[in-house]
Design a protein around this ligand. Structure first.
Ligand code: DAK
Length: 262
């Protein structure tokens, strides 16, 4: 497994042949998302994407922070022209290219880019001490990696306005009530619960999982009529896979399916 400077990558995770764990690892700065860290994340995601044994990726931080945002020290003197010239944020745009499900396991702060990174994952499991927010307004800027769009879709306009215009954080239970978070669990069981969720996904047919992920994401990017058409095509496509035959036969034969990923 390749070594990265700013993250840890574990595969197989807890001995599971299809689950990988990626941990953000700049604890001294609450996992501030520097350009180098984000490059490591995306390089690692692509490495896992290319490994056909990997079916689910978990992304996490540490006890205090998932990530407290982009690295302010790196941004403070930036000019628009430098940011365009250096294309500093290019790795962010590549996250949607990952076709395997990514679960964010969030402990502590998920702020600014940290909240946006969690929202870029496919689902979020949060510890009961997690705090979400877009505090950019407090430092004279606004969200830049999807916060105004994804938080608004998750919370609705009024709540998103409140959090984005005041910079006030949202606790884990409010985030769950609003649908931003799939599940809130006690801090000490965050990784166990996330692993259980990853196992539930990893033992399904991998092609169907990818097609389902793609179809759910289409709900955010298309009008209903187009989204329904997209879903129908992906549904038909699952019938080209051996795993669909295996899944339905196993049901009728009252046994567990043995998915091969084809
Ligand atoms: N960047 C750099 N350093 C950070 C940091 C950050 N975002 N957050 C925390 N740190 C550092 C602190 O400076 C401190 O360093 P030392 O003083 O020890 O050297 C250390 O981490 C511990 O932090 P604190 O001492 O502040 O810890 P506290 O527990 O007192 O407070 C806190 C925790 C999370 C409330 C506080 O650290 C905080 O408010 N942090 C900043 C949160 C924030 O404003 N985040 C938004 C940043 S802007 C884009 C992509 C992404 C973005 C934009 C565009 N594109 C794709 C275009 C994202 C922008 C942002 O995220």
């Amino acid at each position: 497994m390749k070594k990265f400077e700013n993250i840890l990558c574990e595969f197989p995770y807890r001995g599971h042949p299809h689950i990988a764990l990626v941990s953000l690892n700049r604890p001294k700065v609450l996992n501030a998302l520097s350009t180098a860290l984000m490059q490591d994340v995306i390089d690692c995601f692509f490495m896992l994407e290319d490994n056909t044994d990997v079916r689910v990726i978990i992304l996490t931080g540490n006890d205090k922070a998932f990530a407290a945002g982009a690295d302010i020290a790196e941004m403070v003197e930036a000019t628009p022209i430098h940011q365009i010239q250096e294309n500093r944020f290019r790795s962010w745009k590549q996250i949607p290219l990952i076709t395997k499900p990514i679960i964010a396991a969030v402990n502590g702060f998920a702020l600014g880019g940290g909240c946006e990174l969690a929202m870029s994952c496919d689902l979020i499991i949060a510890s009961d001490t997690a705090k979400f927010g877009q505090p950019e307004i407090k430092i004279g800027t606004i969200p830049g990696a999807g916060g105004t769009q994804r938080l608004t879709r998750a919370l609705g306009k009024s709540k998103a306005m409140y959090h984005i215009l005041t910079g006030d954080m949202l606790d884990a239970h409010d985030a769950e009530k609003a649908g931003l978070v799939a599940k809130v669990v006690p801090t000490e069981s965050l990784m166990n619960e996330t692993f259980e969720c990853a196992k539930l996904i990893a033992n399904k047919a991998p092609v169907a999982i990818k097609l389902a992920k793609e179809a759910v994401n289409a709900a955010f990017e298309s009008p209903l009529k187009e989204g329904l058409e997209f879903e129908r095509r992906n549904f038909y496509l699952t019938f080209a896979s051996q795993d669909q035959k295996e899944g339905m036969r196993a049901f009728l034969e009252k046994r567990e399916p043995d998915y091969k990923g084809n």
